[in-house]
Unconditional design. Sequence first.
Length: 336
Amino acid sequence: MIDIDRLQGWFLKHQRDLPFRDDRDPYLVWVSEVMLQQTQVETVIPFFVRFKTVFPNVRSLSESDPEVLQKLTEGLGYYRRFKLMREAALMIMRDYGGVFPKTYDDLIRLPGIGEYTAGAIMSIAYQKPYAATDGNVIRVISRVMGIKDDMRIPANRKRINTINQAWIMRADPRLYTEALMELGALVCTPKKPQCEQCPLKEACRSHQQQMVESVPFLSKKPSKTVITYVTLILEDNDHYIMRKRTEQLLEGMYEWPQFEAESSTGVLASLSAQGIEIEITKTLPEVTHVFTHRIWKMSPYRARLIQGMDQSWMRIRKSDLKDKPMAVAHSKIPIE
Ligand code: SF4
């Protein structure tokens, strides 16, 4: 059993001064928790500050132009989460009269809000004892309890959540949730945890049994799929030719026309067969972008459109390019 008062006391003394902690308004807690998913705190801070200024409340988010929202969050990755946030904001306006839902059951109904985010909002914003179990928390609890099970397996993660839920019932929900997350971020880090500074070291089985580095155990991830693309920075006088993605990955983002292919020869031939003639004007350096489950290897070319147009393409004035939300994978391509 851990000493919860000690954990909470440690947090009050050592917590970082983060903009998300200025205000525990449920809307802002939600925004910060969504941004922090899969993204480092330092990366999130400027995005959060800008977001809070542009969309200070649910209503403003619900009325947002999807492209402005995408532009504002460009660079954070996992864009779908913001599309779902906007859908959730619309639902809050429609079904809850614009008042942020106050119960776990209502929160979990909203698009993009899962057990973790609902638990974080309930505990941090509303001071209610609902567990929020993310990767940091899984690491801390599995180490403290000396649980060596594979945390890639959902049932094992669920057991950690059960322990977290039991502990929060005896705690100050907001302090406890933030303390456990902060401990995982600052002290009980994945590599070289600072056990000597840890308020939980007396109770920690992994520390006592010197197995800190091997807990939590995570089995090997399936390897990433590598996809090779020919990517065309396609110009038509003072316009670029682009496409807006409809695929789930990066949905709604603008991208250069690209084709799964090893070289440009077959791409040009198949475009020509569809009545689209282009001329390659420059070969650009290769660019690689790594996603969670896949890797894009892109061979980019500058090219000029001579005739024809694919129905998925659109003309974007060159001077407007900077205002268009673009996937990092494609904004990494040096187009000059
Ligand atoms: S004692 Fe070490 S391993 Fe255990 S919770 Fe603290 S930092 Fe993590």
